[in-house]
Write a protein that binds this ligand. Sequence first.
Ligand SMILES: [Zn+2]
Length: 456
Amino acid sequence: MEKRRLALEGATVLTGPMWQPMPDSTVLVNGDLIAAVSHERGFPYPKGTRVIDCGGKFLTPGFIDMHTHCHTTAAVDFLSQFGPRIEGPQHRDWFLRLFVAHGVTTIRDVGNFPEIFDLRREFSENPSAPAMFVAGELLEGPEPLWPLSRKVNDAEAARREVRRQKELGADWVKLYTGLDHETAIAAIEEAHSLGIRAAGHVWKTTAREAARAGIDTLEHTLTLADEEFLTEEDRASLPGSADGKYRRDRFRYAWSKTNLESDAANDLVKALAASQTAVCPTLIVHENTILGPDVSYQNFAYDCVPQKWLDTWEGRLKLFKPPGETLPDPIGSFEKALNMVARLNSRGVRILGGTDAALWNPFVVPGASLHRELELLLAAGVDARDAFSSVTCWAAEALGVPSEIGTIEEGKVANLVLLDDNPLEAIRHTRGIELVINRGRASSPEEILESSELVD
Ligand SMILES: [Zn+2]
């Protein structure tokens, strides 16, 4: 088969971790890879090279969303409790396509039905789908919250389950809220001994304990705090139990009372820094479920979303924000989440860009949501360079593939985004995508979305 050759000529190249603009540069693509990055004009292109004039535009690495859950047919029954049935293979395709149309060329699927391994195989050569790193079903304690959980009741069961998932093709295992400490430690150890990584959305085992056990990433901001961040009085008034079915109410209530000046909060930063555990804050899913989706994000993101998804999200949102019931201090709770992220970033804890895009998470639109996540990272006080690193080079390091993706360098996979305006000057400029180059194939967002059967 003929190899694709592309010359992206005259762009300002922006790449991490320094993000020093390199004006008037040319990136040469050969097949799937970046063949050269040159700051000189007029070096000879091989015959058959398609030259794309990028003068006045900005070229960044393809974005990486570190927290997603792709749509699988196995999720249809579960989702139909909240809205119309989202049936048919076009929804799985559309979900993946939306990432690429928004410049997201790599995702980590951090917990799904076993079908995820087939989905990855099916789309591995598809130029309109992102590359995928995947975890299998959630490792969970005695009372699972989700249909995609596997109960593991002790250390031996956890080790067996990790081995089983590795056999299926998992790159990660996902530890969930009801796991006790001993079981979590065994899962992390087993994953590392098999050469795969561990991510945690933990609660019964605390984030601090999981960090000290060497977990690779911790997910979400609200679950980083444990009950020792509270006064004794507030702790005594928490609803439910740490592994029971009121877990969700319990930690939302706990978060509203969480004190970021407590000794426990300082200890969390120490534990994360010592273990080099990266944190994926998923601020947008917190924003959507605590405050409701941001209006400018809605205008940007909803155009290409099927009505059935919007209806399902409306139904799901009622679970997080029950009508007539006010959450304790929503504005303060969300500001505290931003504050937590700012503290971690300023103390050198690696922040990763992730959204929790899933058809069960209200209004977290695949791809588009990562642009809102970047805005929220900036709103928290993370500087633009670190925010861009969190969705490119830092994410690539967390995935264990820094020599393959995440920066614009010779020999890396040609995953690139061509922007009309400089995103370092205004973060909203990431929304102005002219072209996405996914494994060497260049398409406009419109082409990526038009080439599919439209879903409604
Ligand atoms: Zn998630």
